[in-house]
Design a protein around this ligand. Sequence first.
Ligand code: F3S
Length: 396
Amino acid sequence: MYLTKQEEKMLAGEEGRAVKKSMEILVALGRIFGADKLIEISSVQVAGVSYHNLGDAGLEYLNELAKDGRVKNNITATLNPAGMDLKDWKKLGIPDRFAAKQMQVIDSFRKLGLEITCTCTPYFIGNKPKPGEHIAWSESSAVAYANSVLGARTNREGGPSSLASALTGKTANYGLHLDENRKAEVLVNIGSGVELRTVADFGALGHAISRKVKNKVLYIRGIKKAGIEQLKAFSASTATYSGTALFHIENITHESKNTEAPKDKVIIENRDIKESYDFLNDGSEPDFVSVGCPHASLKELEKIASFLKGKKVKKEFWIAVSRPIKELAASKGYVKVIEDAGAKLACDTCMAVAPLKGRFRCLATNSAKACYYGRGANGFKTRFCSLEECVKLAVR
Ligand code: F3S
């Protein structure tokens, strides 16, 4: 792999130990995946923020980097959700010991120069790359959204490699950074009788496709309309269940007009969507309701507030959201309505990365991805339904 003189110096340690370590990671990845060179990036989103996932070994690694590493100028660098609300963790029932460790993790990221905005929807809060920009993001739903909806270019990075990109301003030139790897590989025809309306429907669609196709660039035909919330839900579901990091939806997503529909095809009919709903529903009476996976938009908070107005929740109900979107929602009065009803805005975190094991039995959610992590990481049964139905279950 070709390295410039400057990159050779960085690799040799002339810009410090953190840069050296970061270059080693990027060069190793580049060699494994056959990259010809390193390229400049403009934006980073770093996963591996929850102490629940990092543990002491991860914290030690960050502390080591923070001794002399800093995010390069001109790079927007934000974080994935942490294991708790960074201000109101007590209200979410997070133990003090966990909170202390989580704050050490955050301090290390702060020293490294990352923005302490912990969210999987960075594109709602200013980390929104332009079409064609090379970036290094690591949360899988954000990666699929950035590639497909925004038209930016990123591989599905790990936490350490995206952090390495933040500290060097570079990534290896392979995979989805290259035109030839962004071409669609499989055509997904959505049957004319399939009605996709809610966010949950789009999550079910991602799951239904995953039962027929894995790890391919998709070209999807037959979706008439999809808003930002539906696209983020689909990004999360297809990334989780299919491993998809890029999809093209005809007449909707950024690169679909320049992409040829492939010959290989699969068809999705109503029965496929129904089977996915059945699969994602293995629970009956939830004791925990959680929406905002990926983190809620302002429009979703507006909807939740309208469903909750004048009601009281009877179950633990979390709405995961980034802090800037919560603040915007507060200025419009949605937060007051939601909190008056007894629901909780879980800022900076979500039900998958918070330490929740053993606290609940059955999760109700409108996110297909949340079902995966609720079951896998926390052993919950899951009830998968629309946002409106989730709110009804919370107040019942
Ligand atoms: Fe985001 Fe957590 Fe879902 S990181 S995509 S809210 S599992």
